[in-house]
Design a protein around this ligand. Sequence first.
Ligand SMILES: Cc1cc2nc3c(=O)[nH]c(=O)nc-3n(C[C@H](O)[C@H](O)[C@H](O)COP(=O)(O)OP(=O)(O)OC[C@H]3O[C@@H](n4cnc5c(N)ncnc54)[C@H](O)[C@@H]3O)c2cc1C
Ligand SMILES: *[C@@H]1O[C@H](CO)[C@@H](O)[C@H](O)[C@H]1NC(C)=O
Length: 436
Amino acid sequence: MLNKHSPVIIVGGGAFGLSTALHLSLAGYSDITVFERDEKIPSKYSAAYDINKIVRAEYEDEFYTQLALDVIEAWKNNPIFNPYYHQTGYIVATSGSAPSKARDTLQKSLSSLTNRPAFRNEIKQLSTKDDFRKYAWQITGPLKGFKGYFNRIAGYAHSANSLKSAFVACAQRGIRFVTGEEKGKIVELLYEGKKCVGVKTADGKVYKAETTIVALGAYAASLIPSVGNFAVARCWSVAHVQLTEEETDLLRGIPVVNVRDLGFFFEPDPATRLFKLCPLGAGFVNTNKSNGISLPPPDRLPPPQDYIPAEDERKLRRLLQETFPWMANRPFVDQKLCWFSDTKDSEYCIDFVPGTENSLVVLSGDSGHGFKMMPIFGEWVVDLLQNGKQKLERWQWRKEDQRGVDWGSSVNWRIGETRELKELIVEKEGMVKARL
Ligand SMILES: Cc1cc2nc3c(=O)[nH]c(=O)nc-3n(C[C@H](O)[C@H](O)[C@H](O)COP(=O)(O)OP(=O)(O)OC[C@H]3O[C@@H](n4cnc5c(N)ncnc54)[C@H](O)[C@@H]3O)c2cc1C
Ligand SMILES: *[C@@H]1O[C@H](CO)[C@@H](O)[C@H](O)[C@H]1NC(C)=O
């Protein structure tokens, strides 16, 4: 077991890295340094650099339903996080033209809740437009063929503000932060024999540690290439509509609405008046042909900046037609691709890297559902260090090589086929030419 006063390095100040720093400190670890490539936290490279993320307990797997219920309590009770949790409720639905896969997933997520006492009086089935309007009276669209349910014990959290708050709490506890493209970006892990003994930053400085924890999200394989054998960097598109003050006031308090086959949206952010939409599909990967590993492009945004795939835009405009038709033809602003780390079975990876004599830990494979766990995630890393091994099989390092296998569309809750980022760039160039 690790001595609590020996140096620990955490690489990456995103959702998992910050939660880990906080909980290690609470558990008595006293010498913690976090390295983050962006100048400041929240980092613009973090998948959680965003105005909101869904917090919900619907999972097909009881294990995660329980963790999500636990974390919702933490969201409510921990003063570091509770200002940023908004329990607006959650509408899950399918449109009249949804494929059967979308309807099946909805049924499964509903049944994950209905047999739990915590949800006994908290779920309402929705079958008519009037049913939906009971929970979101602002909806004026036709909701043609919409079916679904409302769950009161769910909502969203302001993710960038949560990162910032965790960062401040960590700094107050004496955790050191080294940030910036030169000082804070780690370019290499250093080894002596099999043991990882520290890190090297872009400006060439060396930092030593007894334990190094890599929490790079989608970028994990940039420092530990073998992570790329079982976790791929994948991105989803995000778009926003800029609302006026009145429009923001009008939509205040609406539940998170997730239409399985079209996408989801949140109540507008009061500070920026942005209304965020996300078409959850199989997304895009960025595979390097020579080694089969998918990593985000080196800069924050790939060449098609301020651009989301035409197909995603169509889905989101249909979603608005059905719900808030007055918004359906408004320009999409702040469009971006958001990168996360995806595994075949949507399980996280929280484990020692094999063959490193427990000197190197990887936290990755959030699979697009990791942010909500931020208030408690770090407790699991404390357990790992104390136990000296990952006892839960589901979170262990994966030995199988998944490179070149497309599982993107086999994940139940995603609709569509995975595509390569290159195709998107070609699509964008075609659009630009067509406009000229
Ligand atoms: C569009 C989209 C929607 C999502 N919606 C939800 C949702 O509704 N609910 C939910 O629970 N989750 C959601 N997620 C997933 C959630 O964002 C992630 O699970 C979470 O951010 C993962 O945390 P992480 O710490 O592993 O990675 P990140 O938060 O991405 O952090 C990685 C950090 O590493 C830093 N870094 C990278 N390279 C280096 C380097 N070389 N040196 C130093 N630092 C480096 C980055 O700057 C970044 O700060 C969504 C993700 C996306 C993309
Ligand atoms: C692709 O991988 C090869 C081999 O690891 C590497 O040399 C090359 O720089 C990578 N290309 C890109 C664009 O990252």
